[in-house]
Ligand binder design. Structure first.
Ligand code: SF4
Length: 569
């Protein structure tokens, strides 16, 4: 695999010298231009030697709220105290450590949270002197303590043993159907249907790929699952493989999670040694092998077909769909692609039955989920909550709003779904939703009363993801929208024009908005551009990129006016 070979070269050399690329070309028979095409695409790879110290400050959502821009300027001032070019400071897209804003990466492999100018000064001094860096974020392991870990910290692979004692694929699929388990990566597709489709799809071999590339700003739940209970996702993958008829699986993990990569690799090695999987799965004659694929970076790699492109040694640009991966996935073969959490619920469902999971929901909703909450919240982190829990209950679970201030806005799917106001005007709600949920005579819906499940959020027209980012009443939302627009612009793969050009135009128009200099007609143009991008972009990135700014135009006109000194735009 070229993508993985390039990583090995970079680990050895610190960058990708052209002689090494030529050597790789000679060894593999892949033309040098193809290797360069891949090497020049992904953010992980360096085609120039790195500086002595490379500081990257996270730019997005929670880190932005916690002062990342100011911290980056302060780090730049620290860098200027060293000889020119030896210490370089830049920005980076969400590092998946929003519960410890501001997060910082040092020399590609070291990650630190809760950073200040003083702590960065210390890190720079140590790195510049060649001293070992202190332990970073995520290096303290501990039991997960959630219901999803049916083994309570003692990996036992009992679900696999139970199923292998009577390997009835149809019965397992039925149990998944009863459970109502859906994809936890955002799409919410029923798991039993995906597995059934791959099982029934013609073609061989088949594959299972776990998407552990969680890169949506505000999302970091899979990080905790892989770090503290990696056996769950491994068992889920093996079960998926045996049920659909696959003999090979991969866990595709973002490279910014080195602690998770280490934890998953260690558990894979342990399970392989125990014979849990391999040429003779648990001594039952089936074959299944499993490994980690380290992502070379980029938010769009979380899109399932872009992820497959990376695994096939190409630039990770999303494919046109159909065909869908369940029929033509990895190497054109039927492929199950599931999120870490989705697969991690499977062992519990097999051991306890589908209704065990199904009945965990409240207010008529189905099941449980892990959610990452960050922003202006007292205890940012990962929580295991029932579907159907209201936003108010989630906020209370996480210790309430920081400093006891009132909620102003929430992003229920990171930036992708845009920002919802604490009080949603009834006029902005679908009539059916308003009739069912807003008491007669009231003019607004209290967002804190929204049950967080696919049904209620879908009826409201809101996206429900694994990231919940909350904003208190001191926040100005136009600046948050600009920050989100910059994120999508930075992460566009550039394959399609509406997203590539539209993303930049959105940043320019959001900047005008934030600086209070939007000319007449500009807001209509922003809405038009957003609609065009939504209709014509190939993948979800371009389709949702305008949501943050259009949601601010829709729900926070006061903030837009305030940017113009009180003049209506
Ligand atoms: Fe790439 Fe954006 Fe098009 Fe998606 S929408 S394929 S990220 S250019």
């Amino acid at each position: 695999m070229i993508v993985q070979e390039l990583q090995k070269i970079q680990e050895r050399c610190g960058w990708l010298p052209v002689e090494e690329l030529r050597g790789l070309s000679a060894r593999t028979g892949v033309p040098l231009h193809r290797i360069h095409e891949v090497a020049s695409y992904y953010p992980l790879y360096r085609l120039e030697p790195p500086p002595k110290v490379d500081i990257k400050v996270c730019r997005d959502m929670a880190c932005h709220m916690a002062g990342a821009q100011r911290l980056r300027a302060e780090a730049g001032a620290i860098a200027s105290e060293y000889p020119a070019g030896e210490v370089v400071v830049g920005g980076v897209s969400c590092l998946g450590r929003c519960d410890g804003a501001v997060a910082v990466a040092v020399n590609d492999h070291h990650y630190f949270t809760g950073q200040t100018a003083e702590s960065i000064r210390d890190l720079v001094a140590r790195a510049h002197a060649g001293q070992p860096l202190p332990h970073g974020h995520g290096e303290q392991h501990g039991a997960l303590g959630f219901q999803i870990d049916v083994y309570a910290g003692t990996p036992a692979y009992q679900a696999l043993a139970k199923w292998l004692s009577n390997p009835d694929a149809a019965a397992l699929l039925k149990e998944l159907e009863v459970s109502g388990l859906r994809g936890m990566g955002g799409a919410g597709f029923p798991t039993f249907r995906k597995w059934s489709a791959v099982r029934g799809a013609p073609g061989a071999p088949k594959y299972v790929v776990c998407n552990a590339d969680e890169s949506e700003p505000g999302t970091f739940k899979d990080r905790e699952l892989m770090l503290r209970a990696p056996w769950l996702v491994i068992e889920g993958i093996i079960l998926a493989g045996l049920v659909v008829g696959a003999e090979r699986g991969w866990i595709y993990i973002r490279h910014e999670y080195p602690e998770c990569i280490a934890a998953v690799r260690a558990e894979i090695a342990r399970a392989r040694k125990l014979g849990i999987f391999g040429p003779d799965v648990s001594g039952k004659g089936a074959r299944f092998d499993l490994d980690v694929f380290v992502s070379p970076g980029g938010y769009v790699q979380g899109e399932e077909s872009a992820l497959l492109e990376a695994m096939e040694d190409r630039r990770g640009e999303p494919r046109n769909k159909p065909p869908f991966p369940v029929f033509q996935g990895l190497h054109g073969k039927p492929t199950v692609i599931n999120n870490v959490e989705t697969l991690s619920w499977v062992p519990g469902i097999i051991i306890n039955g589908g209704s065990w999971y199904r009945e965990k929901g409240v207010r008529g909703a189905i099941g449980m989920r892990m959610v990452s909450i960050s922003g202006d919240i007292a205890k940012p982190g990962v929580y295991e909550v029932p579907f159907g829990q209201t936003l108010r209950e989630l906020v209370e679970t996480a210790g309430g709003m920081a400093n006891g201030r009132p909620l102003k806005a929430a992003g229920l799917s990171g930036p992708s779904g845009g920002f919802l106001p604490a009080r949603v005007p009834v006029a902005e709600l679908p009539a059916k939703f308003a009739a069912a949920r807003v008491p007669a005579g009231q003019t607004h819906f209290d967002l804190l009363d929204l049950p967080l499940d696919f049904g209620a959020c879908g009826e409201m027209g809101a996206m429900l993801g694994a990231a919940c980012v909350v904003y208190d009443d001191t926040r100005e939302m136009v600046g948050q929208a600009l920050n989100a627009a910059e994120f999508y612009r930075n992460e566009s793969c550039g394959k399609c024009v509406p997203c590539r050009v539209g993303g930049q135009k959105l940043v320019e128009m959001s900047t005008e908005l934030a600086e209070g200099r939007s000319p007449p007609g500009r807001l209509e143009l922003i809405r038009d551009l957003g609609e065009t991008m939504g209709i014509t972009s190939i993948c979800g990135l371009g389709q949702v990129a305008s949501n943050p700014v259009t949601s601010v135009l829709r729900f926070f006109p006061g903030d837009v006016e305030a940017c113009r000194g009180g003049r209506a735009p």
